[in-house]
Design a protein around this ligand. Structure first.
Ligand SMILES: Cc1cc2nc3c(=O)[nH]c(=O)nc-3n(C[C@H](O)[C@H](O)[C@H](O)COP(=O)(O)OP(=O)(O)OC[C@H]3O[C@@H](n4cnc5c(N)ncnc54)[C@H](O)[C@@H]3O)c2cc1C
Length: 278
């Protein structure tokens, strides 16, 4: 009996020691080996342009390398970075951008940029060549994403406002534990203006029960079966989750569109807690 007691005590001590060692190892790994982000919220840091892919006449994907092949950018989901450049008059300009990559993409990050003819930062990106460096500061933004925080996201994006939506969507769909449903309304002027269409359509096909996208065009091509004109109250009613405490509608587009969407959402009964503007 005494032998059994001693033996049991020894087993318990060993188990406790084992748990302590495992816990210590996990903590050490978490603290020391967790990939450290490359951003500094206070100071601009330089990132090298390693690839530039033209996606349409005025849109290009810019790939920037991180310091090592295993580095991650370290940008929380739904947040953005500030990029600094020079406009056509050589004056400094700083603008926000949301990478289309996540921290599961190691060694680099991508920006999909639409370059407007008169745009100040657009000028800087237009002039950038592989091998040039971009000044970047961050993370920035108030959006905090938690898996399963809401039952469903409505998303209303206009033009380049798709990039934060794309980032949040990717994070949700790539996490099998995250069951959040996504209802995206994506507005553009013409069909050719639609950014990341191939990727969005693939999400809609692969995750058909979790992700839906409805495109709206001001100038649709012949035979277009999506929405036409501006995003209306009726379009929101038909394609966004109804107002409820466990849903949120995210907005990102040109300022006049954001204003119009806020008015529509309020009229439809979405409280301010049910809305977020990037
Ligand atoms: C959170 C956030 C994330 C963003 N992420 C991206 C991104 O990933 N990729 C990206 O390309 N942009 C993104 N933007 C927009 C970006 O910050 C700039 O506003 C955009 O690049 C234009 O800047 P600019 O200095 O070139 O143009 P400006 O000098 O500010 O504007 C010049 C002219 O360009 C036209 N213009 C500018 N912006 C728009 C617009 N949104 N819609 C229609 N016409 C416009 C107007 O006619 C304007 O008069 C994001 C914005 C926010 C708020």
């Amino acid at each position: 009996m005494e032998f059994l007691h001693t033996h049991r005590a020894e087993m318990i001590s060993m188990a406790v020691a084992l748990v302590a060692i495992m816990g210590g190892t996990a903590y050490y790994y978490y603290v020391t080996k967790k990939p450290k982000g490359c951003l500094d919220p206070e100071n601009f840091k330089e990132f090298k342009l390693v690839q530039r892919t033209q996606l349409s006449h005025n849109v290009a994907k810019f790939r920037f390398s991180l310091p090592t092949a295993t580095s991650v950018l370290g940008l929380p989901i739904g947040q953005h970075i500030s990029c600094r450049g020079k406009d056509s008059l050589d004056d400094e300009v700083v603008k926000p951008y949301t990478p289309t990559t996540l921290d599961t993409d190691v060694g680099y990050f991508d920006l999909v940029i639409k370059m407007y003819p008169q745009g100040r930062m657009s000028h800087h990106f237009r002039e950038m060549h592989v091998g040039d460096y971009l000044d970047v500061k961050g993370p920035k933004g108030r959006f905090k994403y938690q898996p399963n925080e809401v039952r469903a996201f409505g998303m209303i994006a206009g033009g380049t406002g798709i990039t934060p939506m794309f980032q949040v969507t990717r994070a949700i769909l790539e996490n099998p534990q995250d069951k959040t449903n996504i209802h995206l309304i994506y507005a553009n002027v013409t069909y050719d203006d639609i950014l990341l269409k191939e990727e969005l359509d693939e999400f809609a096909l692969k995750f058909s029960s979790q992700f839906r996208v409805y495109y709206v065009l001001n100038q649709p091509p012949e035979g277009w079966d999506g929405g036409v004109g501006f995003v209306s109250k009726e379009i929101i009613q038909a394609h966004c989750p109804a107002p409820a405490p466990d849903i949120k509608v995210l907005r990102c587009g040109p300022p006049p569109m954001n204003k119009a969407m806020a008015t529509h959402l309020e009229a439809l009964g979405y409280s301010s807690q049910m809305q977020f503007q990037f």
